[in-house]
Design a protein around this ligand. Structure first.
Ligand code: SF4
Ligand code: SF4
Length: 129
């Protein structure tokens, strides 16, 4: 199963690219507070966020780059450059066994974020009990 297409508005992240693309190979979506089930988008976070301000953060994030997507992106606009998504937010209606996300697309929000907690999966919708 292929995961959702990811768009992201967090332009302070090392992985962020113009066009609201994410150049990471994989992103991890977590509950913002450990042990507390998310009930709204603000309770989630993109744990793969890496503050782009500072050279050490850039080097630290190079092992999680979608190089194939980066090379192909100029030729196949918007289609290949999307990370895989690992999500543990079971309280979301799109969550499926295996830490998968069943949404067609997700939008990561949190423009100007300084840390992971400032980011959210804006597509989160609470699962009906
Ligand atoms: S915040 Fe997450 S989705 Fe957005 S660019 Fe960074 S790693 Fe990718
Ligand atoms: S839409 Fe739901 S299942 Fe998909 S990544 Fe966001 S929080 Fe996780």
């Amino acid at each position: 199963m292929s995961g959702p297409v990811v768009t992201c508005e967090v332009d302070t992240c090392t992985h962020w690219l113009p066009g609201n693309l994410c150049g990471a190979a994989n992103i991890d979506i977590l509950h913002e507070e450990e042990g507390r089930m998310a009930e709204q988008p603000e309770h989630t976070e993109c744990k793969t966020f890496y503050d782009r301000r500072g050279v050490s953060s850039l080097l630290g994030s190079l092992d999680n780059v979608n190089w194939t997507g980066l090379v192909r992106e100029p030729f196949v606009s918007g289609r290949d450059l999307t990370p895989t998504v690992t999500c543990i937010v079971e309280s979301c209606r799109y969550w499926r066994d295996g830490d998968l996300c069943e949404a067609d697309e997700i939008k990561v929000t949190g423009q100007g974020a300084d840390e992971c907690q400032d980011t959210n999966c804006g597509t989160f919708e609470r699962r009906d009990e």
